[in-house]
Design a protein around this ligand. Structure first.
Ligand code: ADP
Length: 606
């Protein structure tokens, strides 16, 4: 079950708004427009109260006299015209206010997403492999962050600001009409605030557990889909269904209890609001009955309506409070990513015209951020223009070496030099421009085959793309597809995808190439086809190959054998084999697992 981010002490409403401000500032004009409309809207919100006050008094005065229907009709027409006219203007004002508020939310949301992604792309590799940044977690942090932050902007301009301005205005009008009435309203407001605050506090736990249950439900459905073949093969459908029922039951109980609480609180708040209204009516009626100066029967209506405006935001307060709370929770995670300056990738300025590809590792120690010691006292010389194979069991540290050479991580001790210069001093972009990396999988993007190959060099011509495909021995298979180079690359087989990745590298044409188990997940035919493309690309370049395939290893010029993060053997393939040790064990075991004797026998028979 995913953990829910907890609000951080440092983030409060003020600092949240301060963090959001830079994203709103570019839209100053929209802000000013919205604020003006808010003021107009708040003024309009008081019109009903004023009109009804006057209307009641006017009609009251009329019925005391010997009135004519013409007089009465004139008054009624005037009231209707003002009320309808006001409603029309208010509708237009509200429309633009909402539209501008929403525009702002959409723009802010776009800018935040863009900014955070741009920022994240500059982060070092270690950031992405931290546990709290695993794919799903990072994505939901960004998603929730952007959503709740932009909702805050929207809430502020569409809900909070108009409601509170109107409430404040209504309160001022109440004071102007009568100090006592104003005081009663002013006295009731903090009570509402307090009750809402209590409600939010009491219901916070419920909201959190429902949120967690929702995540648990979706997670468990995902895990059923992922493991369906295991569930079925072990006949464990019943157990899974029971587990699902448990989670659902917990969630149902939580939802019911939260709803119950929520209805109770709204009942209490309505009752309190009604007490306020009753107090206002009694007080005003008393003042009217005692002939208090300026009081007339119309004032009862006037005060009640103004009071409704004062208490309107309080009815919404609970929701606003919840949204704000969410924003506070997610802001920390979101701005944590945006302001993580320590995560930005380091780059030097060294930028030589040509790169030979001679790597020298001296006494390198490296541990990942979770503490796994991946390399200990590793010294290696990767010769320029030669093929170096890294051999070892899984977890020996082979990929880690490649990660360090690509500057994805920095070693804690020891030095790594490329062409005599410290890797640290190298311009990272320039370095990577000259390194080609082919991994076991996960390097094909959604898109056409052509787009995927062109990733190696966005400025390549179509002819160059085709030439690269030819060199990677994949051209014929591409043109045989109905859509050719425009076909989706994801529909290709693993072996074909791998050759697309190699074609991409031909297009990039780097002097240094790292191949990290490029054929590990492929069948024999695909492996053989890829061997041909790899042999083609190796020519005249510095190549490091990590492979379990002895056929690929014995082609190397140099071999380094790693065991638990240490170099235990080094030399040419023949030398290393003669030394015995782990290399001979791996080599012999591979040959035995392939049943090499029988294969040789079968081949000779054939
Ligand atoms: P190999 O390529 O030889 O299979 P690796 O270099 O991938 O080995 O891994 C060396 C050790 O480092 C292993 O114990 C592995 O679990 C650990 N390791 C690899 N990548 C990470 C990572 N991103 N975070 C933490 N530990 C890692």
């Amino acid at each position: 079950m995913k953990t829910i981010p907890q609000p951080h002490n440092r983030m409060n409403v003020l600092s949240l708004l301060r963090h959001i401000l830079p994203f709103v500032l570019p839209y100053r004009r929209l802000v000013v427009l919205t604020l003006t409309l808010t003021l107009v809207g708040s003024l309009l919100a008081q019109v009903n109260a004023v009109v009804l006050d006057r209307a009641v008094d006017a009609i009251n005065a009329l019925i005391q006299t010997n009135f004519t229907w013409t007089q009465a009709t004139r008054i009624l027409l005037l009231i209707s015209a003002i009320l309808l006219g006001k409603e029309l203007v208010a509708a237009i004002v509200t429309f633009f206010q909402r539209y501008f508020g929403e525009r702002m939310r959409i723009f802010v949301s776009r800018d935040m997403s863009l900014k955070v992604v741009e920022r994240m792309l500059t982060f070092r590799m270690a950031f992405f492999t931290q546990e709290e940044n695993e794919t799903g977690k990072l994505q939901s942090r960004i998603d929730q962050g952007v959503r709740s932050m932009s909702n805050t902007v929207n809430n502020f301009f569409i809900e909070i600001l108009p409601l509170f301005t109107s409430a404040l205005l209504a309160l001022v009008l109440m004071f102007l009409a009568n100090v006592y009435v104003g005081l009663v309203a002013l006295f009731i407001v903090p009570i509402y605030f307090y009750v809402t605050h209590l409600q939010a506090l009491k219901m916070k736990g419920g909201r959190r557990s429902i949120f967690a249950s929702h995540q648990a439900v979706s997670q468990s459905i995902l895990s059923i889909i992922e493991s369906i073949s295991v569930i079925k093969s072990f006949n464990r459908e019943g157990i899974e269904a029971d587990r699902q029922a448990d989670i659902q039951c917990t969630m149902t109980e939580q939802q019911l209890s939260t709803r119950q609480q929520s209805y109770m609180w709204s009942g209490l708040k309505s009752f309190l609001e009604q007490i306020g209204t009753v107090l206002i009516i009694i007080l005003t009626a008393y003042l009217v009955l005692t002939d208090y100066p300026g009081m007339s029967i119309g004032k009862i209506m006037y005060h009640v309506m103004l009071f409704a405006n004062v208490s309107a935001p309080i009815r919404q307060l609970h929701r606003i409070y919840d949204d704000m709370n969410d924003a506070l929770i997610y802001a920390e995670g979101f701005f944590g990513i945006l302001h993580a300056t320590e995560e930005v990738e380091h780059s030097g300025a060294y930028h030589p015209e040509t790169i030979r590809g001679d790597f020298e590792l001296t006494h390198v120690d490296f541990a990942y951020s979770n503490g796994t010691q991946a390399l200990t006292d590793v010294s290696m010389h990767i010769r320029a223009g030669k093929i170096t194979a890294l051999v070892g069991l899984s977890g020996a540290g082979k990929s880690t070496v490649v990660n360090l050479l690509d500057k994805f991580y920095q070693p804690q001790h020891g030095t790594i030099k490329l062409d005599g210069a410290d890797l640290d001093k190298w311009d990272t972009t320039w370095l990577r421009e000259h390194i080609g990396l082919v991994l076991q999988k996960n390097h094909i993007f959604a898109g056409t085959i052509e787009e995927n190959i062109r990733y190696g060099n966005p400025h390549a011509t179509r002819e160059q793309v085709e030439e690269a495909a030819r060199k990677a021995y994949i051209y014929d298979q591409i043109v045989a597809l109905p859509q050719g180079f425009a076909a989706s690359a994801l529909q290709l087989s693993g072996g074909q995808q791998q050759r697309i990745a190699i074609a991409r590298m031909f297009l990039k044409n780097p002097p240094i190439i790292f191949l990290d188990e490029p054929t590990a997940s492929l069948d024999a035919i695909a492996t053989e086809q890829i061997k041909a493309s790899i042999d083609a690309i190796k020519q005249g370049r510095t190549v490091i190959i990590i492979s379990h395939n002895i056929g690929q290893i014995i082609d190397a010029d140099d071999i380094y054998v790693l065991q638990q993060g240490r170099v235990v053997q080094a030399g040419s393939p023949e030398e290393v084999y003669r030394q015995g040790g782990i290399y001979k064990e791996i080599f012999d075991a591979s040959a035995r697992s392939m049943n090499a004797d029988k294969i040789a026998h079968t081949l000779s028979e054939g």
